[in-house]
Structure formats: structure tokens, C-alpha cells
Design a binder for this molecule. Structure first.
Ligand SMILES: NC(=O)c1ccc[n+]([C@@H]2O[C@H](COP(=O)([O-])OP(=O)(O)OC[C@H]3O[C@@H](n4cnc5c(N)ncnc54)[C@H](O)[C@@H]3O)[C@@H](O)[C@H]2O)c1
Ligand SMILES: [Zn+2]
Length: 418
């Protein structure tokens, strides 16, 4: 009775964008920024607007002037439209539509076209909010990201997502929109608070624990150096982690996450909830290390991680200064349920379909589970609380003394799941 005439439409769009690592990006003689803007060798002057995180301006007041001078010195190639716009840094920039809207207005006022550039300089939050605005105008203005935190350089800034929080839900609004280029300048990391220096270390542990055992050992061996702000260790950490993220996006067959799995989101179902529960007092990086720590004990309860592996992970977290505990994990609703469990509902609603939670399966491998048992979550929280009070082995034995010995031993441990 009902006839259908269907013309199946199908095409693939190749995306490519370079992710560079450099130092002193806006040094007058550093050609990288100009080269990245002109990577299609277009014969014209490139118009651009620059949006910069207020935290960057506060820590390095000379940066806007340096950017202005850099662009101004290349009038044949680059043109700055309007003044450099300062966007309030941190989660506030994406915790409502306000700053994304202001960005849209600023870009509309200067009448940028789709071939013009929006340059976003800042932490993951500012990149997310400005990136969202750029992706909406004319259905997408070219976006150059200049990430300035560890987390932005090794995770948030190198991927394909933008977003803001809305309706009390983290990243409720957003788009998938690959950037035109990403320019990571390690010098920006020098002025970070220790909290935001370490935030990206949490994300590095995340990919290492579920994807790359050798990287986990690298992080464990360099934990105290990372905590002490050793730049060489951090640069290696940022690069390896960024590359793992890029590999993941390129090779897993679902760069725009149309499926219901989010395999890189180990520790994140509870992390996003913790951030919201704390009214964003707990930063994303801190929430991720706490979320991973809890999920490690959940994995231990399922026999996916051995006690030795769990201890190795917790020791490495503690040695590198990562936070693994928050009282909010124990907070209960009026009906007696753990508040944190609402994170599961949010997570499933966000992704749709079957629940998929990524857990480590030994160190360096992962497994997806499709159910979270509230009782086991409670047990994992109790184990984590006890562990959070335990001093790591290396600190007990005297940091410098047998440090290399411990780490060699750690590298040789078999870590077989029990
Ligand atoms: N889009 C994605 O794929 C993706 C992935 C992971 C995380 N994120 C998001 O990233 C956000 C977290 O980003 P973040 O960890 O970079 O923190 P952030 O952007 O919130 O910045 C943290 C603080 O550091 C300041 N700051 C930034 N650069 C600085 C510098 N060089 N020196 C001194 N201070 C500086 C900021 O002003 C802010 O106060 C979260 O909202 C998270 O959801 C997005
Ligand atoms: Zn994250």
C-alpha cells in the first residue's frame, strides 16, 4: 500500500589537520604560525580574529602585544581584524552560552567569512567555547587552536570536539568540527598553576592505562619529575599523549562518536558528575584522576586489575601529585543513593544506546562493560578511601634511595590479573 523510493546518498569527507609542537610560537622569527595559516598556499592576505584566555593574559601580559606584532609584521600574508579579544578563562567560559555568544557577536561584527580564521589561545575551556562559536558561524569558520594548558595540549585541543555546559550537564551543547591546525607551544606551560599542570598528567595516565603499557611505565618512572615540573618529562608526556589521542581519532573508525561507545572516556562518567557536583570547583583533570582511581577499584572488584596493578596505578598517581579522593564520592541523595551514580545516567543519555563504560583490562588494555553495579561502586569507593590514606611504597622507602631500583622492579612485574 505504501511505496518508497529511496536514493541512497553516501560520501566520505577526508579531514586532515596538522598538530605542531614548538616553543615560542609568536617569536618574531618563528615562521610556524604564518606557515600553518597558509598551509594551502593561498595567494591572499588571511584575515583573522584572535581570542585569548584571560588566565594567559594575566600570567603573561606581553602575549597579546606579541601576537599583534607578529601578525602586524606580515601584512602581505596576515591581517588582524579588530582588537585581540580576552575571554574569561576556566570553566566559566563554557558554563553557559554567554561567552560563545559574545564570540559569535564579535566575529559577526567584523564580518569574517568562511575562509577567515578564528585563532583561539587558551585552556580547554576557552578552546571549547570559542571553537563552538567558530563552528557555528557560516557553518564553520577556520579554527586555529593554540592550547595553553597541559590538558589542552595533550587532549582537549588536539581533537575534533567543541562544547559548552548547559542544563547542568557537562558538554550538553557542542559540535564535531576538526580544527584547521593546532599549534602547541610548550612555553605556555611554564606559568600554569600546579593544579592545571597536573590536570593533563591525569589524561596522560588515562590513555596510558587503557592503551599503552609502556607509556604507563614511562609516566610511573617520571612521576616525581612531573610533579616537580620537569619540562623535558612534561614535553615528552604531552607529545606521546597527544599522539595517542590523534591515533585514536584516526584509527578507531568513529571520529565523530556516532556509536554509543566512548573508549577514551575511562574515568569520565564519574568525573563529569564530580565536576558538576562540586560546582566546577574540582577541575576536569582532578575529576578525571579521581574518577579513574575509583574505576580502577571497580575493575579490581571485577577481577580486571590485580591488587598489584591497582597499587601500581595508585602509587603512580600519588607520586605525580594527582588527586584520587573527594568526599563528594560518598555524598548521597535524599533517597540514600550515591549522588555520583547519576553520572551513569548522564553518560548514557549523552551517548545514547547501550551503556558503555571503559575499564582497564590489565594495564595497557581496555574492556567495555555495559552495566554499573551500584553496590560495587560503593565498595570501590570504600577501597579507594582506604587506599587514599596509604603512602606509596617509593615514598616509604625513601624517595631517592632505591628509586631507580623500584622502578626497574615495577617494570619487570608481570601484573597478571588474578
Ligand atoms: N573538546 C574536547 O575534546 C575536550 C577534551 C578534554 C577536556 N575538555 C574540556 O577542557 C576543559 C578543561 O581544560 P583545561 O584543563 O585546559 O582547563 P581550563 O581551560 O579550564 O583552564 C584552567 C585555568 O588555567 C588558566 N590558564 C590557561 N592557560 C594558562 C597558562 N598558560 N598560564 C596560566 N594560566 C593558564 C585558565 O585561565 C584557567 O583559569 C574542561 O571543560 C573539559 O571538559 C574538552
Ligand atoms: Zn577528559
Amino acid at each position: 500500500m505504501f511505496a518508497f523510493d529511496c536514493h541512497q546518498q553516501r560520501f566520505a569527507v577526508p579531514f586532515d589537520y596538522p598538530v605542531y609542537f614548538t616553543k615560542d610560537l609568536f617569536h618574531p622569527q618563528n615562521p610556524l604560525f604564518a606557515l600553518a595559516v597558509d598551509r594551502y598556499n593561498e595567494d591572499r592576505v588571511h584575515r583573522m580574529m584572535v581570542f585569548i584566555d584571560s588566565g594567559v593574559v594575566q600570567a603573561m601580559p606581553h602575549v597579546p602585544e606579541r601576537i599583534r606584532a607578529y601578525i602586524g609584521a606580515r601584512p602581505a600574508n596576515l591581517r588582524l581584524e579588530g582588537s585581540i579579544q580576552v575571554v574569561p578563562g576556566g570553566e566559566q567560559s563554557k558554563n553557559s552560552w554567554e561567552y560563545a555568544r559574545q564570540t559569535i557577536k564579535a566575529i559577526a561584527d567584523r564580518r569574517l567569512c568562511r575562509q577567515s580564521f578564528v585563532v583561539a589561545v587558551g585552556g580547554g575551556s576557552v578552546l571549547d567555547a570559542v571553537g563552538l562559536a567558530a563552528s557555528l558561524i557560516h557553518r564553520g569558520v577556520r579554527l586555529i587552536r593554540v592550547p595553553t594548558t597541559v590538558l589542552a595540549q595533550n587532549d582537549a585541543g588536539v581533537g575534533v570536539k567543541n562544547g559548552i555546559n548547559d542544563r547542568g550537564v557537562k558538554n550538553f551543547m557542542g559540535t564535531f568540527a576538526p580544527p584547521f591546525a593546532v599549534l602547541n607551544d610548550f612555553q605556555f606551560l611554564r606559568t600554569l598553576s600546579i593544579e592545571h599542570w597536573l590536570g593533563g598528567v591525569a589524561e596522560a595516565f588515562k590513555v596510558a592505562i587503557i592503551k599503552d603499557r609502556d607509556f604507563f611505565y614511562y609516566l610511573s618512572r617520571h612521576a616525581t619529575r612531573l610533579r616537580a615540573r620537569d619540562e623535558a618529562s612534561m614535553e615528552e608526556t604531552v607529545k606521546r599523549c597527544a599522539i595517542l589521542h590523534l591515533d585514536h581519532i584516526r584509527t578507531t573508525g568513529d571520529p565523530f562518536e556516532s556509536g554509543s561507545a566512548r573508549p577514551l572516556d575511562f574515568g569520565h562518567w564519574s568525573a563529569h558528575r564530580l565536576e558538576a557536583l562540586s560546582d566546577y570547583d574540582i577541575s576536569h583533570g582532578q575529576a578525571v584522576s579521581i574518577g579513574m582511581a575509583m574505576d580502577c577499584f571497580y575493575a579490581f572488584g571485577l577481577g580486571l586489575l590485580s591488587e598489584k596493578e591497582c597499587d601500581a596505578i595508585m602509587d603512580a598517581f600519588k607520586e605525580s601529585g594527582l588527586r584520587i579522593w573527594s568526599e563528594l564520592l560518598e555524598q548521597r541523595t535524599s533517597t540514600g543513593d550515591l549522588e555520583i551514580l547519576k553520572g551513569i545516567d548522564d553518560f548514557q543519555e549523552h551517548l545514547g544506546g547501550e551503556l558503555n563504560v571503559t575499564l582497564p583490562d590489565g594495564i595497557g588494555k581496555k574492556v567495555e562493560i555495559h552495566q554499573i553495579d551500584p553496590v560495587r561502586v560503593g565498595e570501590a569507593i570504600s577501597c579507594l578511601k582506604r587506599n587514599s590514606e596509604r603512602i606509596p611504597r617509593s615514598l616509604l622507602q625513601g624517595a631517592s634511595k632505591k628509586r631507580s631500583g623500584i622502578l626497574e622492579e615495577r617494570q619487570e612485574e608481570s601484573f597478571e590479573p588474578q
